[in-house]
Design a protein around this ligand. Structure first.
Ligand code: SF4
Length: 76
């Protein structure tokens, strides 16, 4: 899955939301999140983010962001 990180906070360009084929972005108060159980790992959103906030969860150190994406996405 892909994960939205802190570079998204108060940015919300929304370009990523438009390209996602499965509509798995959700909008929180301060940032967007990706629902990890809906993301199909296509990678289309990553280059669309001008803030470079979207990363694959295979990168190290993203555990807390993955958890946050999961928690917020589950609320909607
Ligand atoms: Fe959507 Fe693909 Fe990005 Fe996952 S990797 S959030 S499916 S655009």
């Amino acid at each position: 899955t892909y994960v939205v990180t802190d570079a998204c906070i108060r940015c919300k360009y929304m370009d990523c939301v438009e390209v996602c084929p499965v509509d798995c972005f959700y909008e929180g108060d301060n940032m967007l999140v990706i629902n990890p159980s809906e993301c199909i790992d296509c990678g289309v959103c990553e280059p669309e983010c001008p803030a470079e906030a979207i990363l694959p969860d295979t990168e190290s150190g993203l555990e807390q962001w993955l958890e946050l994406n999961n928690t917020f996405a589950a609320q909607w």
